[in-house]
Design a protein around this ligand. Structure first.
Ligand code: NAG
Ligand code: NAG
Length: 185
């Protein structure tokens, strides 16, 4: 009797688990993302505009008189993000990151950032936004992910970024950055 009761209980539990497996089958939450970003900043030391330019970041504001550490300079950007540090294969492109970075330090070159990633890897799809401040010369920069939309709705986390390469092509600096974004959703 005791055994059969136990069996009934186990069967019921199994049935519940099975039903939940079907009914509760939900998409998993994003935990960690790895991707790369290309930045081609406008070369403001060029006397005339570069006819071959395909800048992803342009200077969009500066103080009336130049300040130490570029204080007050603002840049607007629209940078591609990809699975590998190359854009040759369109299948590797994950989306873009758009926003502003400004020089906001008066005693060292410091970047203030406000940007939104539009990300679609075929499984996770949506946007997440970053706000932060970092020393421009630091090799590893961390900033807060403050929220998102789509599969990133209600996610928060930390984005770690470091530069992996920088080459000058046609008087343009092409810099690749690696991102690791750790999320709690
Ligand atoms: C991702 O979301 C965008 C905007 O909602 C949509 O246009 C696109 O088709 C989606 N991609 C996938 C793989 O579902
Ligand atoms: C920017 O342009 C100047 C020429 O005006 C050039 O000497 C310099 O190398 C360029 N910078 C980069 C990163 O290509």
């Amino acid at each position: 009797m005791a055994i059969s009761k136990h069996c009934k209980g186990s069967l019921l539990l199994l049935l519940l688990l099975l039903l939940c497996n079907i009914a509760c089958a939900k998409k998993s939450k994003p935990k960690q993302l790895h991707f790369y970003m290309l930045v081609i900043p406008q070369n403001i030391s060029m006397l005339l505009d570069n006819p071959n330019a395909h800048y992803t970041a342009v200077r969009s504001g500066a103080p009336a008189t130049p300040q130490s550490f570029s204080f007050g300079v603002l840049n607007t950007f629209d940078n591609p993000i990809s699975k590998i540090p190359s854009l040759h294969n369109p299948a590797d492109i994950l989306g873009r990151v758009q926003g502003w970075y400004g020089d906001c330090g008066q005693d060292q070159l410091t970047l203030c950032l406000a940007q939104t990633f539009t990300y679609d890897d075929g499984y996770f799809n949506g946007t997440f936004s970053l706000v932060g401040v970092g020393i421009a010369t630091a090799t590893l920069k961390e900033a807060a992910i403050v929220g998102g939309t789509g599969d990133f709705a209600f996610c928060r986390g930390v984005a770690a970024q470091h530069r992996i390469s920088s080459v000058s092509i046609n008087f343009e600096e092409n810099a690749w950055f690696q991102y690791t974004v750790t999320l709690k959703c």
